[in-house]
Write a protein that binds this ligand. Structure first.
Ligand code: AMP
Length: 282
Protein backbone atom coordinates (compact mmCIF):
# COMPACT_ATOMS: atom_id res chain seq x y z
CA UNK A 1 0.00 0.00 0.00
CA UNK A 2 1.22 3.47 -0.88
CA UNK A 3 0.48 6.76 0.87
CA UNK A 4 0.57 9.63 -1.60
CA UNK A 5 0.15 13.26 -0.61
CA UNK A 6 0.46 14.97 -3.98
CA UNK A 7 -2.68 15.32 -6.16
CA UNK A 8 -0.57 15.41 -9.33
CA UNK A 9 1.31 12.24 -8.41
CA UNK A 10 -1.78 10.20 -7.57
CA UNK A 11 -3.58 11.41 -10.70
CA UNK A 12 -0.62 10.46 -12.91
CA UNK A 13 -0.41 7.02 -11.33
CA UNK A 14 -4.11 6.37 -11.79
CA UNK A 15 -4.08 7.58 -15.39
CA UNK A 16 -1.43 4.93 -16.03
CA UNK A 17 -3.54 2.24 -14.31
CA UNK A 18 -6.54 3.26 -16.40
CA UNK A 19 -4.46 3.07 -19.58
CA UNK A 20 -3.71 -0.56 -18.62
CA UNK A 21 -7.46 -1.19 -18.41
CA UNK A 22 -7.57 -1.40 -14.61
CA UNK A 23 -10.81 -0.66 -12.74
CA UNK A 24 -10.48 2.02 -10.04
CA UNK A 25 -12.63 1.98 -6.89
CA UNK A 26 -12.64 4.97 -4.53
CA UNK A 27 -13.65 5.54 -0.90
CA UNK A 28 -13.47 9.17 0.27
CA UNK A 29 -13.10 9.71 4.04
CA UNK A 30 -11.94 12.25 6.59
CA UNK A 31 -9.91 9.56 8.37
CA UNK A 32 -10.09 8.54 12.05
CA UNK A 33 -11.19 5.29 10.46
CA UNK A 34 -13.63 2.88 12.10
CA UNK A 35 -15.42 -0.23 10.91
CA UNK A 36 -18.08 1.92 9.21
CA UNK A 37 -15.44 3.30 6.86
CA UNK A 38 -13.93 -0.15 6.46
CA UNK A 39 -17.27 -1.62 5.38
CA UNK A 40 -17.11 0.73 2.38
CA UNK A 41 -13.63 -0.58 1.58
CA UNK A 42 -14.83 -4.17 1.92
CA UNK A 43 -17.73 -3.44 -0.42
CA UNK A 44 -15.46 -1.86 -3.03
CA UNK A 45 -12.58 -4.34 -2.86
CA UNK A 46 -13.97 -7.24 -4.94
CA UNK A 47 -15.15 -4.93 -7.72
CA UNK A 48 -11.93 -3.10 -8.56
CA UNK A 49 -8.29 -3.72 -9.44
CA UNK A 50 -6.99 -0.61 -7.69
CA UNK A 51 -8.66 0.61 -4.52
CA UNK A 52 -8.02 4.21 -3.55
CA UNK A 53 -9.02 5.76 -0.23
CA UNK A 54 -8.71 9.47 0.43
CA UNK A 55 -8.09 10.80 3.92
CA UNK A 56 -8.68 14.53 4.04
CA UNK A 57 -10.32 16.64 6.72
CA UNK A 58 -11.90 19.10 4.33
CA UNK A 59 -11.92 22.62 5.81
CA UNK A 60 -14.46 23.80 3.24
CA UNK A 61 -17.27 21.66 4.66
CA UNK A 62 -16.87 22.88 8.27
CA UNK A 63 -18.68 25.99 9.51
CA UNK A 64 -16.77 28.67 11.47
CA UNK A 65 -17.98 27.38 14.86
CA UNK A 66 -17.58 23.68 14.06
CA UNK A 67 -14.98 21.12 15.11
CA UNK A 68 -12.38 21.44 12.30
CA UNK A 69 -9.46 21.95 14.69
CA UNK A 70 -10.35 19.19 17.10
CA UNK A 71 -11.39 16.65 14.44
CA UNK A 72 -9.22 13.54 15.08
CA UNK A 73 -6.28 13.01 12.72
CA UNK A 74 -4.82 9.51 13.05
CA UNK A 75 -3.00 8.70 9.81
CA UNK A 76 -0.75 5.99 11.33
CA UNK A 77 -3.62 3.95 12.75
CA UNK A 78 -5.68 4.63 9.60
CA UNK A 79 -2.93 3.23 7.36
CA UNK A 80 -2.87 -0.02 9.33
CA UNK A 81 -6.63 -0.50 8.95
CA UNK A 82 -6.51 0.45 5.26
CA UNK A 83 -3.70 -2.04 4.64
CA UNK A 84 -5.59 -4.74 6.57
CA UNK A 85 -8.54 -4.49 4.18
CA UNK A 86 -6.56 -4.25 0.95
CA UNK A 87 -6.49 -0.54 0.10
CA UNK A 88 -3.84 0.01 -2.61
CA UNK A 89 -3.40 3.77 -2.36
CA UNK A 90 -4.15 6.22 0.42
CA UNK A 91 -4.41 9.73 -0.98
CA UNK A 92 -3.79 12.11 1.93
CA UNK A 93 -3.28 15.68 0.70
CA UNK A 94 -2.70 18.72 2.89
CA UNK A 95 -5.29 21.53 2.90
CA UNK A 96 -2.83 23.65 0.94
CA UNK A 97 -2.42 20.99 -1.75
CA UNK A 98 -6.21 20.92 -2.21
CA UNK A 99 -6.81 24.66 -1.81
CA UNK A 100 -3.64 26.57 -2.68
CA UNK A 101 -3.46 30.32 -2.01
CA UNK A 102 -5.96 32.13 -4.20
CA UNK A 103 -8.20 29.08 -4.65
CA UNK A 104 -11.79 30.19 -5.28
CA UNK A 105 -13.81 27.61 -7.24
CA UNK A 106 -16.92 26.06 -5.73
CA UNK A 107 -19.37 23.37 -6.83
CA UNK A 108 -22.87 24.13 -5.65
CA UNK A 109 -25.95 21.92 -6.18
CA UNK A 110 -29.32 23.49 -5.47
CA UNK A 111 -32.56 22.05 -4.12
CA UNK A 112 -31.79 19.18 -1.80
CA UNK A 113 -28.74 21.00 -0.37
CA UNK A 114 -31.01 23.63 1.18
CA UNK A 115 -32.87 21.17 3.40
CA UNK A 116 -32.00 19.25 6.62
CA UNK A 117 -28.19 19.27 6.96
CA UNK A 118 -28.00 22.06 4.39
CA UNK A 119 -30.29 24.25 6.50
CA UNK A 120 -28.55 23.32 9.76
CA UNK A 121 -25.03 23.79 8.37
CA UNK A 122 -25.03 26.63 5.78
CA UNK A 123 -22.40 26.06 3.09
CA UNK A 124 -21.69 22.51 4.25
CA UNK A 125 -22.83 20.78 1.08
CA UNK A 126 -20.96 23.23 -1.18
CA UNK A 127 -17.85 22.13 0.70
CA UNK A 128 -18.77 18.49 0.23
CA UNK A 129 -19.58 18.69 -3.50
CA UNK A 130 -16.50 20.80 -4.18
CA UNK A 131 -14.12 18.40 -2.46
CA UNK A 132 -15.77 15.27 -3.85
CA UNK A 133 -15.65 16.55 -7.43
CA UNK A 134 -11.99 17.50 -6.92
CA UNK A 135 -11.28 14.06 -5.45
CA UNK A 136 -13.06 12.37 -8.37
CA UNK A 137 -11.00 14.41 -10.84
CA UNK A 138 -7.79 13.52 -9.03
CA UNK A 139 -8.44 9.81 -8.44
CA UNK A 140 -10.48 9.17 -11.62
CA UNK A 141 -12.52 6.29 -10.20
CA UNK A 142 -14.96 4.10 -12.09
CA UNK A 143 -17.06 3.90 -8.92
CA UNK A 144 -17.07 5.39 -5.44
CA UNK A 145 -18.68 4.10 -2.24
CA UNK A 146 -20.52 6.31 0.29
CA UNK A 147 -22.28 5.47 3.57
CA UNK A 148 -26.04 5.49 4.16
CA UNK A 149 -25.14 7.00 7.56
CA UNK A 150 -24.92 10.33 5.70
CA UNK A 151 -28.02 9.67 3.62
CA UNK A 152 -28.52 13.22 2.40
CA UNK A 153 -24.85 13.52 1.46
CA UNK A 154 -25.12 10.40 -0.71
CA UNK A 155 -28.19 11.90 -2.44
CA UNK A 156 -26.37 15.19 -3.01
CA UNK A 157 -23.40 13.39 -4.56
CA UNK A 158 -25.72 11.37 -6.80
CA UNK A 159 -27.39 14.60 -7.92
CA UNK A 160 -24.05 16.26 -8.65
CA UNK A 161 -22.88 13.25 -10.66
CA UNK A 162 -26.15 13.13 -12.60
CA UNK A 163 -26.43 16.84 -13.31
CA UNK A 164 -22.77 17.48 -14.09
CA UNK A 165 -22.36 14.28 -16.16
CA UNK A 166 -19.57 12.95 -13.96
CA UNK A 167 -18.58 9.46 -15.18
CA UNK A 168 -18.48 7.85 -11.72
CA UNK A 169 -20.93 5.27 -10.38
CA UNK A 170 -22.08 6.16 -6.86
CA UNK A 171 -22.62 3.15 -4.60
CA UNK A 172 -24.26 3.46 -1.16
CA UNK A 173 -23.48 1.00 1.66
CA UNK A 174 -25.49 0.36 4.87
CA UNK A 175 -24.78 2.06 8.21
CA UNK A 176 -22.49 0.08 10.52
CA UNK A 177 -23.43 0.27 14.21
CA UNK A 178 -21.91 -0.44 17.61
CA UNK A 179 -23.44 -3.34 19.56
CA UNK A 180 -25.94 -1.05 21.29
CA UNK A 181 -27.06 0.43 17.97
CA UNK A 182 -25.07 3.68 17.99
CA UNK A 183 -24.01 4.52 14.42
CA UNK A 184 -20.22 4.40 14.20
CA UNK A 185 -18.69 7.84 13.74
CA UNK A 186 -15.27 9.42 14.11
CA UNK A 187 -17.00 11.96 16.35
CA UNK A 188 -18.02 9.26 18.87
CA UNK A 189 -14.52 9.64 20.37
CA UNK A 190 -15.61 13.06 21.72
CA UNK A 191 -18.35 11.53 23.92
CA UNK A 192 -18.06 11.50 27.70
CA UNK A 193 -18.76 8.20 29.48
CA UNK A 194 -22.21 9.41 30.59
CA UNK A 195 -23.09 10.52 27.09
CA UNK A 196 -21.83 7.28 25.55
CA UNK A 197 -24.03 5.31 27.93
CA UNK A 198 -27.17 7.11 26.76
CA UNK A 199 -26.74 7.89 23.07
CA UNK A 200 -27.86 4.38 22.07
CA UNK A 201 -31.34 5.95 22.46
CA UNK A 202 -30.80 7.84 19.20
CA UNK A 203 -30.84 4.64 17.15
CA UNK A 204 -33.44 3.08 19.45
CA UNK A 205 -35.82 5.92 18.51
CA UNK A 206 -35.26 5.11 14.85
CA UNK A 207 -35.72 1.38 15.39
CA UNK A 208 -38.95 1.95 17.34
CA UNK A 209 -40.22 4.17 14.52
CA UNK A 210 -39.39 1.48 11.99
CA UNK A 211 -41.31 -1.07 14.07
CA UNK A 212 -44.33 1.27 14.26
CA UNK A 213 -44.19 1.74 10.49
CA UNK A 214 -43.93 -2.00 9.92
CA UNK A 215 -46.92 -2.52 12.22
CA UNK A 216 -48.96 -0.25 9.96
CA UNK A 217 -48.58 3.29 11.36
CA UNK A 218 -48.61 5.78 8.47
CA UNK A 219 -49.26 9.08 10.27
CA UNK A 220 -46.08 11.14 9.86
CA UNK A 221 -46.68 13.27 12.94
CA UNK A 222 -47.30 10.23 15.17
CA UNK A 223 -44.06 8.59 14.05
CA UNK A 224 -42.02 11.79 14.27
CA UNK A 225 -43.40 12.70 17.68
CA UNK A 226 -42.75 9.25 19.15
CA UNK A 227 -39.06 9.70 18.33
CA UNK A 228 -39.00 13.24 19.70
CA UNK A 229 -40.69 12.12 22.91
CA UNK A 230 -38.10 9.42 23.54
CA UNK A 231 -35.28 11.90 22.90
CA UNK A 232 -36.88 14.53 25.16
CA UNK A 233 -36.51 12.18 28.11
CA UNK A 234 -32.74 11.86 27.58
CA UNK A 235 -30.54 13.66 30.09
CA UNK A 236 -27.33 13.80 28.08
CA UNK A 237 -28.44 15.02 24.67
CA UNK A 238 -30.90 17.37 23.01
CA UNK A 239 -32.60 17.12 19.64
CA UNK A 240 -31.58 19.34 16.75
CA UNK A 241 -34.12 17.86 14.35
CA UNK A 242 -36.27 14.81 13.70
CA UNK A 243 -37.37 14.95 10.06
CA UNK A 244 -39.53 12.67 7.97
CA UNK A 245 -39.08 13.13 4.24
CA UNK A 246 -39.47 11.07 1.13
CA UNK A 247 -36.43 9.14 -0.10
CA UNK A 248 -35.14 12.28 -1.89
CA UNK A 249 -35.22 14.37 1.31
CA UNK A 250 -38.31 16.26 0.13
CA UNK A 251 -41.09 17.20 2.54
CA UNK A 252 -43.79 14.61 3.02
CA UNK A 253 -47.48 15.22 3.23
CA UNK A 254 -48.98 13.82 6.44
CA UNK A 255 -48.79 10.24 5.26
CA UNK A 256 -45.59 8.23 5.43
CA UNK A 257 -44.88 6.38 2.20
CA UNK A 258 -42.72 3.33 1.67
CA UNK A 259 -38.99 4.17 1.71
CA UNK A 260 -39.51 7.45 3.53
CA UNK A 261 -36.37 8.66 5.25
CA UNK A 262 -36.41 9.41 8.96
CA UNK A 263 -33.39 11.61 9.70
CA UNK A 264 -32.28 12.77 13.13
CA UNK A 265 -29.56 14.96 14.57
CA UNK A 266 -28.88 15.23 18.29
CA UNK A 267 -26.25 17.15 20.20
CA UNK A 268 -24.81 15.92 23.48
CA UNK A 269 -24.97 18.36 26.38
CA UNK A 270 -21.52 18.11 27.87
CA UNK A 271 -19.09 17.49 24.99
CA UNK A 272 -21.37 19.18 22.43
CA UNK A 273 -20.98 16.27 20.00
CA UNK A 274 -23.27 16.40 17.00
CA UNK A 275 -24.60 12.92 16.17
CA UNK A 276 -26.43 12.16 12.93
CA UNK A 277 -28.42 9.04 12.09
CA UNK A 278 -31.29 7.87 9.90
CA UNK A 279 -33.45 4.93 8.93
CA UNK A 280 -35.36 4.11 5.77
CA UNK A 281 -38.94 3.14 6.59
CA UNK A 282 -39.68 0.06 4.55
P1 AMP B 1 -16.42 10.69 7.02
O1 AMP B 1 -15.02 10.22 7.29
O2 AMP B 1 -17.23 10.89 8.25
O3 AMP B 1 -16.47 11.85 6.06
O4 AMP B 1 -17.14 9.48 6.27
C1 AMP B 1 -16.60 8.94 5.09
C2 AMP B 1 -17.58 7.98 4.48
O5 AMP B 1 -17.85 6.93 5.42
C3 AMP B 1 -18.94 8.63 4.17
O6 AMP B 1 -19.43 8.09 2.94
C4 AMP B 1 -19.79 8.21 5.34
O7 AMP B 1 -21.16 8.16 5.04
C5 AMP B 1 -19.24 6.81 5.61
N1 AMP B 1 -19.53 6.38 6.97
C6 AMP B 1 -19.26 7.04 8.13
N2 AMP B 1 -19.73 6.36 9.20
C7 AMP B 1 -20.32 5.24 8.71
C8 AMP B 1 -21.01 4.14 9.30
N3 AMP B 1 -21.18 4.03 10.62
N4 AMP B 1 -21.48 3.16 8.48
C9 AMP B 1 -21.31 3.25 7.13
N5 AMP B 1 -20.67 4.27 6.52
C10 AMP B 1 -20.19 5.25 7.28
Amino acid sequence: MEIIHSPEEVQKKILAYRAEGKTIGFVPTMGALHEGHMSLVQKARPDCDILVMSIFVNPMQFGPSEDLDKYPRTLDADSKLAERDGVDIIFAPSPNQMYPDGYSSTVSCGGITERLEGAARPGHFDGVTTVVLKLFNITLPHFSVFGQKDAQQALVIKKMVRELNVPVEVVVAPTVREEDGLAMSSRNTYLTAEERAEVYKISKGLQDALTRFQQGERNAEVIRKSVEDLYKRAENFTTEYVALTNSECEDLADIVVNESLLSVVCRTNSSGTRLIDNVILT
